[in-house]
Write a protein that binds this ligand. Structure first.
Ligand SMILES: NC(=O)c1ccc[n+]([C@@H]2O[C@H](COP(=O)([O-])OP(=O)(O)OC[C@H]3O[C@@H](n4cnc5c(N)ncnc54)[C@H](O)[C@@H]3O)[C@@H](O)[C@H]2O)c1
Length: 393
């Protein structure tokens, strides 16, 4: 029987995820020499030495800031993540925040907690004070969703089910997300158009140079008086000073976000949560399951799904073949050299897939019968091959 794959875990990984790596084929431990792969959540891998035996790194989460991706790419090592695995968790908190802001739940709760005296005194204070927390209902209001990725699509579809009108804006929406998005979501023509027509704007875009301060004073000014901004993406996407100024002037009704700061956490019209968007047991499990399944498909079949540095490359296995997988530099004639080498060794290619992404490419070859060690070594030695592996049929 083949040797089990050795998986090094750098954090506690949910048991549901580890169940996807069956014991008879996988040895999984937090200290392991010469691991075939690393499963990680938030542990910082930048300073750690990554052994030469490692074939892949999988992150049970979305971001990969804690992983030296560029160095691994150069070594021909794919890094996997779990995009969208926490989308439902974030969506639920965003939907909760619609109600939080519409019904002034944060300040109303603080008011109730601040009451003292006997119950009669509390009753009297409540009846007198509740007028300060009169809210609004969601049906008929317009929600503007910026970014229609895994989270934005779920938020948009759920808001429709609550009776809201929904506007969406995402110039780079993927075909997959476009299929998932309800046809009742209207397309905003531009960001400014979305802000001008929304009662509540929620952002679901990555933080980068193009999205930093996407919600700024000029766009807030386009919103109707009494509007709300929700931010469960990243703090820097919303200009906090512009938001607090608009809250103070009464132009904005509220701001709910997942990113407390000194300027925001005590503001009476702001509710800040401690980065809770993805903090559910289910999200953690979903991430671990996705990461483990992708890792398994790569180790056992050489397939690549949801890698942040190598292209998507999935080819079904064929009986009676040996699979050769190669990570290589994206330069001319790599496939030519590899197939010439195989032909010289009288190896017949039954199927072949070659995908590129930026400066690297990935080649999957199913060869009839077997490939001997000398042929494999010759392929491995071709200039531009970053890593190569034979997978028995
Ligand atoms: N609060 C939390 O705990 C938490 C949890 C998970 C994710 N997030 C944040 O949510 C963001 C979205 O997550 P996701 O899983 O939906 O990501 P995703 O990659 O599936 O979707 C992001 C979408 O934003 C779009 N986009 C990028 N720039 C844009 C722009 N300038 N205008 C409009 N659309 C733009 C992209 O085309 C893409 O469709 C993440 O980048 C992350 O920062 C926060």
């Amino acid at each position: 029987m083949a040797e089990p794959f050795r998986i090094l875990t750098l954090n506690n990984i949910s048991a549901k995820g580890l169940e996807r790596l069956p014991r008879d084929r996988y040895e999984v431990a937090s200290s392991i020499v010469q691991p075939d792969a690393v499963l990680v959540r938030s542990a910082d891998m930048h300073k750690a030495e990554i052994p030469g035996s490692v074939l892949a790194v999988a992150r049970a989460g979305a971001g990969t800031n804690n992983i030296p991706v560029a160095a691994l790419t150069a070594r021909g090592i794919p890094v996997f993540n779990a995009p969208g695995a926490n989308a439902n968790a974030v969506k639920e908190l965003v939907i909760a925040s619609l109600f939080l802001s519409a019904r002034n739940i944060g300040p109303a709760w603080l008011f109730a907690r601040a009451q003292s005296g006997d119950d009669a005194a509390i009753d009297a204070a409540v009846e007198k004070g509740k007028k300060n927390f009169v809210g609004f209902e969601l049906p008929g209001r317009t929600l503007g969703v910026v970014g229609l990725g895994a989270i934005g699509v779920e938020v948009a579809n759920t808001a429709l089910a609550l009776g809201m009108k929904v506007l969406g804006y995402d110039p780079q929406i993927t075909v997959q997300r476009a299929w998932e998005l309800s046809s009742n979501v209207q397309q905003a023509l531009s960001l400014d158009d979305l802000f001008a027509r929304s009662d509540i704007v929620t952002v679901h875009v990555p933080l980068n140079d193009g999205t930093r301060n996407l919600v700024n004073a000029a766009r807030i000014a386009l919103m109707r008086k009494g509007s709300v901004v929700l931010n469960f993406a990243r703090g820097g996407i919303v200009d906090a000073a512009a938001v607090t100024a608009a809250l103070d002037s009464g132009h904005l009704h509220g701001y709910v976000c997942d990113f407390p700061s000194n300027a925001l956490k005590d503001h009476p019209k702001v509710v800040t949560l401690p980065h809770l968007g993805a903090s559910t047991g289910e999200a953690e499990e979903n991430c671990a399951v996705m990461a483990a399944e992708q890792l398994r498909d790569f180790l056992e079949n050489g397939n690549i799904r949801n890698s942040v540095n190598y292209p998507e490359a999935v080819m079904p296995r064929m009986p009676g073949t040996t699979r050769l997988v190669i990570a290589n530099s994206n330069v001319p004639n790599m496939v030519g050299q590899i197939s010439t080498q195989l032909a010289a060794s009288r190896v017949n290619i039954a199927d072949l897939l070659n995908k590129s992404r930026g400066e690297v490419a990935y080649t999957v070859i199913d060869a009839d019968g077997s490939i001997d060690a000398d042929t494999f070594a010759a392929v491995r030695a071709i200039s531009g091959v970053l890593s190569a592996r034979l997978i028995a049929g």
